[in-house]
Design a protein around this ligand. Sequence first.
Ligand SMILES: Cc1ncc(COP(=O)(O)O)c(C=O)c1O
Length: 484
Amino acid sequence: MFEALPAKGVPGEQILAELRALREHDLPTHGGRLFAYVYDPALDGLDDLAHAAHAISASVNGLDPTAFPSLLAMENALVAAAAGLLGGGPETVGSVTGGGTESLILAVKAARDSRPDLPAPRIVVPSTAHAAFAKAAHYLRVALDVVPVGADLRADPAATAHAIGADTVLVVGSAPSYAHGVVDPIPQLSAVAAERGVRCHVDACFGGWILPYLRRLGAGLPAFDLAVPGVTSISVDLHKYAYAPKGVSVLLHRDEALRRPQYFAYADWPGYPMVNSVISSTRSGGPIAAAAATLRSIGDAGYLRLAEQTREAVVTLAGAVSAIEGVRLFAPPETSVVCLASDGVDLFVLADELAARGWHTQPQMAYGDLPATIHLTVTAAVQPTAGAFAADLADAVAAARQRGPVQLPAELLGAAAALTPQQVTPDLVAGLAAGLGLDGAGFDRMAAVNTLLDAAPPALREALLTGFLSMLQRPAPGTGPAGE
Ligand SMILES: Cc1ncc(COP(=O)(O)O)c(C=O)c1O
């Protein structure tokens, strides 16, 4: 049991050994076997460099750029690099944020606060937009108008135009969408927004650092960035395909006036007058320095090479999915995502079978008319392992076929079907978790959990997951205040 505050301090070597032991239970962040959460370029020495850069600036506080101009210099350089890559012009400005969600919340805030005349602002998003927009809408009390995507899984410009009303402050497109990896028709989408004088944000958090290189490599992808006239802002996460350690994203605005309502200033209290470009006040310079070092080390030519390797991996994986009976490609593998659907095999059992073979994929629940799928985020590190994955996929599909779908006890399914989100109590969640084998000893076999969640409507899924997270997030007995 890990104890954060022992009665007496513990030697550093022991602490590091303890941390390493804890990490042994995590999924593998390196080696091209984890297809979500992590982005690995598999470049020798890059981690060491990023960690050293992080250490140099870890104590620097982003609260005040006049106190720490080193951070301002690095942030401006990161913004300039992102603007250069994403069609920015001389007027382009931006901010470095702590991640994609923060960038999106700030894009929504800027749009909302640009229209103080509207008592009930709204944003229009395609149904495939990242969940962070729902979070932004919730936090900022902005209404969310969700427009179904077309059969091609892309935002529908005509339906979007229809959804724009007098209270709309922002239209959103993805480049690409996380779930399926397809690029929305940004020129058409931003045109319908511009026609109505509405801002258009492109969520390129996921793909913004690889799409420009894929286009350079000849991929037939549409324009998606600030080079498109109606696009007013765009976000790109450096901790995704720029391969920087976690905690860095960039939000770009076409010009200064568009950015201004993103800021928050407050001087009406007895402490220091506060002005922030992002949500956090105090923030470490560590992730920013690590990102700056990563970009400088890889360089433009390096990113092109990494994009090429990623594409090779995508082509291998997509080819395998197409060739293996029992699964099929669900979305065109046009970027760095391979999204597969079932053609006769239970996907949740398949995900477990892959995990048993050391491949960690991301199941996605059914949504509306869309079936459950498996998502693979592909990074450069997958290139050398893609062939091995393909072989194991065939094997795992065969094993999943043999096992068949998870048969949940009828009483469990019945209970889940009858449950309302309001009935989800801590006791109920604890009982369900115990029944499904989620006793904290590991999360290896998740098919039963995923099957149950998949059967539940989204509001019930949310309540169950919230209850489950709350159950997990408790101090272990004996690790709290002395004497506990
Ligand atoms: C398209 C897209 N937008 C936003 C986000 C949110 O990013 P973060 O997890 O860094 O907050 C993600 C994360 O996967 C994403 O894929």
